[in-house]
Design a protein around this ligand. Structure first.
Ligand SMILES: Nc1nc2c(c(=O)[nH]1)N[C@H]1C(S)=C(S)[C@@H](COP(=O)(O)O)O[C@H]1N2
Ligand SMILES: [Mo]
Length: 263
């Protein structure tokens, strides 16, 4: 659990975490199994302080669990070190073939037309004009060979190239004090990330895979590649990007996966 990385963090505001945990636990918990679950999740969250709590109905329990999940997202956000880099690997270690994964099978991968494609930009940005693929290819390109980790139990090393996402955010005049960057995809997938990760030097608006135009199954025309986050946080077939202070969740996140989703 990322929270156990506490020792790595120098500027973690411990008292702020305790204040927040106390306010989350103000309701009282009666049900022993719920209480046990809460105790476990809090221990995982690095805050063991459940004594004297009880909730009187399931809605309250669900509410507290949801709050704790969002609370854990915040703790993970505080612990995230924007200078710490994910490992990079030699080309010989690339996994071949690289796995495909989506919430549907290979037959249903969206077909995006590169000539009519426009990347839409909305929210807290200075320049909301949409982007053509050639314009993105004209920006400085970087590459990474990193490991993709899927919560379904596999990981694979791949090589992605494209525009450093922080360069892109600066180019569109994004408000980098905003809390989130959100993504809408051509297949109805969606997700959102914290601004610190959006600005991380290894966060890449990927246009290529292994030196070729990003193949359809890996997210043509572009995906966001983040070696600091789990697979499901890396949206493929991106159609729209928005900068916002409003929490918008994600396809898997709204079904209970961790929103921060760090790896
Ligand atoms: N648009 C879109 N992006 C997505 C998904 C998806 O179903 N649709 N699945 C996610 C998950 S769970 C994983 S593991 C990776 C798989 O990426 P790959 O096909 O390049 O291995 O894409 C992520 N991004
Ligand atoms: Mo995944």
């Amino acid at each position: 659990m990322p929270v156990e990385k506490t020792t790595r963090s120098t500027d973690l505001d411990k008292s702020a975490i305790l204040v927040e945990a106390r306010s989350l636990l103000a309701p009282r918990i009666e049900d022993a199994s719920r209480r046990a679950f809460l105790t476990r999740s809090l221990t995982l969250g690095g805050v063991a302080m459940l004594s004297g709590c009880s909730l009187s109905n399931d809605d309250q329990v669900e509410g507290v669990l949801a709050s704790i999940s969002r609370f854990n997202d915040r703790v993970q956000g505080w612990l995230f070190d924007p200078r710490s880099l994910a490992p990079q690997y030699p080309a010989a270690m690339i996994t071949r073939p690289f796995p495909f994964n989506a919430f549907y099978g290979l037959d249903d991968i969206p077909q995006v037309d590169q000539d009519t494609y426009r990347l839409e930009i909305t929210g807290k940005v200075g320049d909301k004009r949409s982007w053509r693929l050639e314009e993105l290819h004209a920006m400085t390109q970087v590459e990474q060979i990193t490991r993709h980790i899927c919560v379904e139990g596999w990981s694979a090393i791949g090589r992605w190239g494209g525009v450093r996402f922080s360069d892109f955010l600066i180019r569109i005049g994004a408000d980098t004090d905003a809390r989130y960057v959100g993504f809408k995809c051509a297949d109805d997938y969606y997700t959102s990330i914290d601004m610190a990760t959006a600005l991380h030097p290894q966060t890449l608006l990927a246009l290529t895979y292994d030196g070729q135009v990003l193949p359809r199954q890996y997210g043509f025309p572009m995906k966001l590649r983040m070696p600091t986050k789990l697979g499901y946080k890396n949206p493929k077939h991106i159609q729209a990007i928005f900068v916002t202070d409003t929490y918008t969740g994600g396809y898997w996140e709204d079904q209970g996966y961790s929103w921060f989703g760090g790896s």
